[in-house]
Ligand binder design. Structure first.
Ligand SMILES: [Mg+2]
Ligand SMILES: [Zn+2]
Length: 229
């Protein structure tokens, strides 16, 4: 690790900050016909994440808004150690960004109890104006990304020059993989872990954020040991 680089964390939301994927939880609960096939197509990369997530929410009527929002917020559990990680970042002056492919109506309320500036939270938007829910894409891919991500994590990461920043990614799934290839350090669980293994991308496994804090401390300690001349 280059100690002159400023550390910045890009942390996924669904399945990372929250224990489960909230989009999947919503689909499992409300069971709109056809949702499982759409998820399968996303995982098989037959359709892009933007297309798939848009199609999933288009299955849900806008008039169910209140039920869906309430359910999403009530079912979510924040992963253990999240507060400790935020505290550590504050103490060590590590910038912390939430880079989420999730939707505004559950991401912002679930993060509201934590000291994270709104400008540091990136996620998709939503509209309940039409007959079915429409997902809006305020952070879609730029010319450098052809993944059609929906919320483009690599676009956000690229805005932090790799020569100046030590880019740390925390994630769990398919939406984190492109970012993992850009990162200086990857924390992975679940699908992302398997994928990093397959592609030979080094990672640190985590199941809670205490593990992440410990690994960051160890890494900092080993980086600050000056080689003897
Ligand atoms: Mg995730
Ligand atoms: Zn993208």
């Amino acid at each position: 690790m280059n100690t002159h680089k400023k550390p910045v964390i890009f942390c996924d939301f669904d399945g990372t900050i929250t224990e489960n994927d909230n989009i999947i939880a919503i689909m499992k609960h409300f069971q709109p016909a056809g949702w499982e096939q759409i998820v399968e197509k996303i995982m098989n990369k037959e359709i892009s994440i933007r297309q798939g997530v848009g199609d999933l929410f288009a299955l849900l009527p806008s008039e169910k808004k209140q039920d869906i929002v309430t359910f999403a917020i009530e079912q979510a559990r924040i992963r253990d150690g999240f507060e400790a990680l935020l505290q550590y970042c504050q103490q060590e002056e590590i910038s912390f960004y939430v880079t989420s492919g999730g939707i505004d109506f559950f991401v912002y309320p679930l993060l509201a109890p934590y000291p994270i500036e709104k400008e540091h939270i990136f996620c998709n938007g939503s509209s309940f104006e039409g007959e079915t829910i429409q997902i809006t894409w305020p952070h879609a891919c730029d010319a450098h990304c052809t993944n059609d991500c929906g919320m483009c994590k690599t676009k956000i990461m690229r805005s932090f020059d790799q020569a100046a920043y030590d880019r740390i990614l925390i994630g769990d799934s398919i939406t984190d993989f492109a970012g993992a290839k850009l990162a200086d350090l990857v924390f992975a669980r679940s699908y992302l872990k398997t994928q990093c293994e397959k592609e030979g991308i080094p990672y640190i496994a985590y199941e809670d954020f205490h593990t992440v804090v410990e690994a960051l401390k160890t890494r900092k300690a080993s980086a600050s040991v000056k080689p003897s001349v």
